[in-house]
Design a protein around this ligand. Sequence first.
Ligand SMILES: Cc1cc2nc3c(=O)[nH]c(=O)nc-3n(C[C@H](O)[C@H](O)[C@H](O)COP(=O)(O)OP(=O)(O)OC[C@H]3O[C@@H](n4cnc5c(N)ncnc54)[C@H](O)[C@@H]3O)c2cc1C
Length: 198
Amino acid sequence: MYDYLIVGSGLYGATFAYMARQQGRKCLVIDRREQAGGNVACRRMEGIDVHLYGPHIFHTDNEQVWRLVTSLVTMNRFTLCTIANYRGRLYNLPFNMYTFHQMWGVVTPDEARRKIEAQRGRYAGITPRNLEEQALQMVGSDIYETLIRGYTEKQWGRPCHELPPFIIRRLPLRFTYDNNYFTDRYQGVHEVGYNILI
Ligand SMILES: Cc1cc2nc3c(=O)[nH]c(=O)nc-3n(C[C@H](O)[C@H](O)[C@H](O)COP(=O)(O)OP(=O)(O)OC[C@H]3O[C@@H](n4cnc5c(N)ncnc54)[C@H](O)[C@@H]3O)c2cc1C
């Protein structure tokens, strides 16, 4: 007899089962996929832990969550810093002072703001009708053409002027020198792979 039937063995189901068991409850975890772990499931290939459903970096602002995870597995010091390659030139993401320096050679936040302001031009006061207008309004033409247009059209399979503006509204712009993709206090990847944690 079980106290709980947990459908899904991802981070949520596994955490629930772990904590319920600590309270003396008996759990049965089932999953329709072949392996446990949900989105964070890994498979060891050629000596590498391949994240089967896309790369996962564990990040949280919650100290209790971090303490729980690090009581079970050792985390490495990985910090996600992404780089875009546009025609052989490298740009840091998310957009921050390093990106603006790479794009225009500017050094201070004021210089970067002035560059963006000058490029926003006629889009500054309008209500954007599509993603292209939204992006031009937010970051101007250089960043849009170099770092947004091609990537977005490839991902969505449609031209930017046919996509809705809200997709890009959460695009962060940082006027500091900070390449860290996340803003959480804690982040890393398990040294032994997520399967052990699950
Ligand atoms: C490409 C990608 C990259 C990501 N990168 C990150 C990252 O870097 N950092 C981060 O914090 N988050 C990331 N996420 C989000 C993260 O994957 C999820 O927030 C997290 O894994 C969700 O865990 P979960 O247990 O809620 O769900 P899931 O991991 O989706 O697990 C749900 C499980 O339930 C099973 N299931 C569902 N319905 C049924 C059913 N009817 N019967 C049986 N089984 C069922 C599924 O097979 C699955 O195994 C990423 C997501 C994706 C897709």
